[in-house]
Write a protein that binds this ligand. Structure first.
Ligand code: ZN
Length: 327
């Protein structure tokens, strides 16, 4: 059987491999190379592509991917896992969302897929990564975090037909209570998941934990087990698929931004159910006076909320999943 390779990472059937994929060039002329880990099953099957730190300060997903990979026995796999635990390496090195080399362009790596070989630093990275995804992957999962360590929600692309069905199956196997079947036009069509599904590759975005150190071992262990369930649902690992109780699909989501600046204390948490008009937090001014009891403009399920304590006008106060219904 052939080798499976991405960049310099190679794996024979029934073996592991690791290496680097070149996605750019640094100021000193050195290649910008990101880590690639392959776990190849003894038998053929699907290829599950995993990626963390598309935003460089969202390392919970990196730990989750490592934990999952350590749990695998190549002899028991049918197919392969190709994992890129740190996608935006220069952002990761500075614990930032975007690369420090992106001064003028914004440079959100999750807004420029499928990328452009003649584009910006970040667009060229996206092109190099997406070329490999398109070549080898049959399924994908993209890991993110939000503000708070309690964040747990997931999205998949809601499409008619076979590929949409596959994405929904993966989302149910992941099984978070708050799950969003996102229309292809939602977020941006340039988000990784949306670009992948246009290539016929179903996938998920998982939002687990908070940025930087705001996550705990429970989130990592629980996520790795859910990922094993996704792997069972696509036939990569043998065994019965766990059916998670309590999965709800939301109809849409709403970002609520602050009109004030000041000091904010949240009074609800990710996963809480809220009704329209419920108090979600309080904004104080710099002199200590209470300026606003912030009310939820919509009911739903809290996906994430600002932990404060500082706030500028335009900051996201809360992200609400609307109209959750049992899925
Ligand atoms: Zn992110």
């Amino acid at each position: 059987m052939d080798e499976l390779g991405v960049g310099t990472a190679r794996a024979e059937p029934g073996a592991r491999g690791k290496g680097k994929l070149k996605i750019g060039v640094l100021p000193d002329g050195a290649p910008l190379e990101i880590p690639v880990i392959i776990v190849r099953g003894a038998k053929p099957g699907p290829t599950l592509w995993l990626q963390g730190c598309i935003h460089g300060n969202e390392q919970c997903g990196t730990f989750l991917i490592h934990r999952f990979l350590q749990s695998l026995d190549p002899a028991q796999l049918a197919g392969a896992v190709v994992a890129l635990p740190v996608l935006n390496l220069t952002a990761f090195q500075f614990n930032r969302r975007t690369s420090p080399f992106e001064i003028y362009q914004g440079g959100d790596l999750n807004r420029v897929f499928p990328g452009n070989p003649g584009g910006t630093f970040t667009e060229q990275m996206a092109h190099a990564i997406f070329t490999e995804l398109s070549r080898v992957a049959t399924h994908m999962v993209d890991f993110h975090t939000a503000h708070l360590k309690e964040t747990r929600w997931a999205l998949f692309t809601n499409l008619e037909g076979e590929v949409g069905k596959k994405a929904e199956t993966m989302a149910r196997a992941w099984g978070y209570v708050a799950t969003f079947p996102a229309p292809r036009t939602k977020l941006t069509t340039a988000a990784y998941m949306q670009a992948a599904i246009q290539k016929g590759i179903p996938g998920l975005i998982v939002e687990c934990g908070g940025k930087g150190p705001a996550f705990d071992d429970e989130a990592v262990a629980d996520g790795a087990e859910r990922l094993r369930n996704v792997a069972r649902s696509i036939g990569l690992i043998d065994g019965p698929v766990t059916r998670h109780n309590g999965v709800h699909f939301v109809s849409d989501f709403a970002w609520v931004r602050s009109r004030r600046g000041g000091l904010f204390r949240n009074s609800v948490m990710p996963g809480d159910r809220i009704a329209k008009g419920d108090e979600i937090g309080r904004i104080y001014d710099i002199f200590g006076a209470l300026r606003e009891k912030v009310r939820a403009p919509h009911g739903g399920i809290v996906l994430t909320i600002s932990p404060g304590p500082t706030l500028v006008s335009g900051d996201t106060l809360i992200h609400i999943g609307l109209e959750p219904r049992p899925a």
